[in-house]
Write a protein that binds this ligand. Sequence first.
Ligand SMILES: [Zn+2]
Length: 113
Amino acid sequence: MHELPVVLDIIRVMDEEAEKNKIKKINKISLVIGELSSIIDESVQMYFEVAAKGHPCEGADLVFEHRPAMLRCQSCGKKFPHTRDFQCPDCGGDSILIKGTGREFYILSFDGQ
Ligand SMILES: [Zn+2]
């Protein structure tokens, strides 16, 4: 349910970009979603299809790019993307989450004409 305000935000930004760049129709929007953001692709897609009606981005393809959370090893300092566990791939040490990573949600790029 929390995807709705997010979707409305995307549409608002796309309206502004369309106006600024004199774009009549937006064909494709690429979105970055962090794995910890708890935003679900399907929900974004569903709300978007309804809410974008009558906007320049109506019918645009949404492309989702997922970003992992990043971890930092407490023993050797290596930074690596979170996959299965919190173990450092280099030294096997315990790692901690780098604050703010994996919670991204933003518009990476868009195509229009
Ligand atoms: Zn390490």
